[in-house]
Design a protein around this ligand. Structure first.
Ligand SMILES: NC(=O)c1ccc[n+]([C@@H]2O[C@H](COP(=O)([O-])OP(=O)(O)OC[C@H]3O[C@@H](n4cnc5c(N)ncnc54)[C@H](OP(=O)(O)O)[C@@H]3O)[C@@H](O)[C@H]2O)c1
Length: 255
């Protein structure tokens, strides 16, 4: 019997991981800030799939809360087999704003917490000689769209570094890099999405199924869907000047 810990497992992509993992019989540890939504999701999974679900109310922007989740990942008596570091959000704030706290908050949740949880899970899993870590990054990390891109570029590069550090240990490490997915993400960040063509929207359940397969196969970078694989391959081959121009276009449609 496996146990998976999912940060942000109550909504969007994280909720899709929660449903997929419960459906295959994994016990769950769900982490998010909103206690009511955690309980609602936990109750639904217990009733529907007869799995055990622990709820951890934690704000991953708060270091002491992250330490608490890291301690849960380090437990020897109740081992975690799969970590999905998923919690995150969009950052509509411009890089030149006088108040840089939205960027700092994003760095705390999407970099510091990912680093601390990956370290705790990596150590515990390496000791057991098995385990899986999935960090939810983004295709935004391949372009230049403000601090969100910079943060997700870090998540992808960090995941590759962690995969190298754990190479041969029995622990697989994967960065999931989705394109646009209809979740609460865009509304929460106040991002305009009307200009995004239908073709570019991905289904959360499908991308999670693909990612779990990629992780199982030991793929370090998981880019869901053929169309995004093609788009990212093009991005990787474009001169940086052209990539910055594309990024400017995308940014101008967002605000
Ligand atoms: N949607 C997209 O188009 C897209 C594309 C590429 C990558 N992503 C990435 O996918 C991940 C999930 O995003 P989503 O689209 O599923 O967004 P979402 O629907 O808004 O879900 C975000 C989840 O993260 C939790 N969360 C947010 N801040 C938190 C904090 N400080 N501490 C603990 N939990 C927190 C939320 O729960 P609480 O509010 O209760 O804390 C919620 O469960 C993010 O890392 C995002 O960057 C999204």
């Amino acid at each position: 019997m496996a146990t998976a810990l999912i940060t942000g497992g109550t909504s969007g992509i994280g909720a899709a991981f929660t449903r997929a993992l419960a459906a295959r019989g994994d016990d769950l540890v769900l982490v998010a800030r909103n206690a009511d939504r955690l309980t609602e999701m936990a109750t639904e999974m217990k009733e529907r799939y007869a799995v055990n679900v622990e709820e951890i109310v934690a704000d991953l922007a708060v270091r002491s809360d992250v330490v608490g989740v890291a301690e849960r990942l380090a437990s020897v008596e109740q081992p975690i087999d799969l970590l999905v570091s998923n919690a995150g959000f969009g950052i509509p704030t411009k890089l030149t704003e006088a108040d840089t706290t939205p960027h700092e908050h994003a760095i705390d949740v999407m970099i510091r917490a990912v680093l601390m949880l990956g370290a705790a899970a990596g150590r515990a899993m390496r000791q057991r000689g098995r385990g899986t870590i999935i960090n939810v990054s983004s295709t935004a990390g391949f372009v230049a769209m403000g601090s969100y891109s910079a943060i997700k570029a870090w998540v992808t590069a960090y995941t590759e570094g962690l995969a190298n550090e754990l190479h041969g240990s029995g622990v697989s490490v994967t960065a999931l890099c989705p394109g646009w997915v209809r979740t609460e993400f865009h509304e929460r960040a106040g991002l305009r999405i009307s200009a995004i063509p239908d073709l570019l929207w991905l289904d959360a359940d499908q991308l999670v199924a693909d990612c779990l397969q990629d992780a199982e196969a030991g793929k370090v970078i998981s880019i869901p869907s053929k169309r995004y694989k093609v788009l990212i391959t093009i991005c990787e081959h474009l001169p940086h000047r052209a990539l910055r121009a594309v990024s400017r276009q995308l940014m101008s449609r967002r605000h």
